[in-house]
Design a binder for this molecule. Sequence first.
Ligand code: AP5
Length: 193
Amino acid sequence: MFNLILFGPPGSGKGTQSERLIARYGLKHLSTGDLLRSEIANQTTLGLEAKGFMDRGELVPDAVVIGMIRSALDNNPEAKGFLFDGFPRTQAQSVALDELLEQRGEAINVVLALEVTEEELVKRLLNRGLTSGRTDDVNESIIRARITEYHKKTSAVADHYRQFGKVVEVKGEGTVDDIFDTLCAEIEKRKAA
Ligand code: AP5
């Protein structure tokens, strides 16, 4: 069992690298952003509640996303491990995740934190907004609001796991292939430890 958090600000490459990492390591990908967008597409009550927060670039309330992750863990008893992408995003979510994994006799093995400058994040997301259809990528002020929310609330997640020596910072600028190789090297080190 190997559980990993891919951590970083909006646009740092979590989704891009997650696709490759799950293919390499056979992990189950749990992206709260993708789960929420699927709820919105299906026009569920949860999706309708979440949409306003997401369109403003704010975090969805903890109880909503923790509930989604609890269900996803319950629904995947056979998983060889999980890659958490975009979760946890607050101190409360980190504590909840640790408890949920502990109930399964598991823990987070490593937090890989992608580091990218703010100007590069904004450039990437404005560019993605041209084709992605994501309503939170359409203008710079919403993108900057997401980055501000990340600094205000989400950086606490790295602090939480740093106290257990689980955080590895990885430069998230350069080619996708080079970043992937660095992430894999860090995973291999943790697997061997
Ligand atoms: P979420 O879907 O998690 O979005 P995010 O964190 O804002 O991250 P992104 O998907 O924008 O970026 P990414 O890091 O995955 O980068 P990507 O690989 O796509 O969350 C959306 C919203 O949902 C939140 O704002 C919040 O409202 C809500 N939410 C989600 N989880 C929540 C939670 N736990 N609690 C509360 N609310 C929650 O790459 C970005 C672009 O850059 C792409 O175009 C890509 O092709 C490009 N790119 C990638 N790598 C490189 C590279 N090396 N060089 C150049 N370009 C690159």
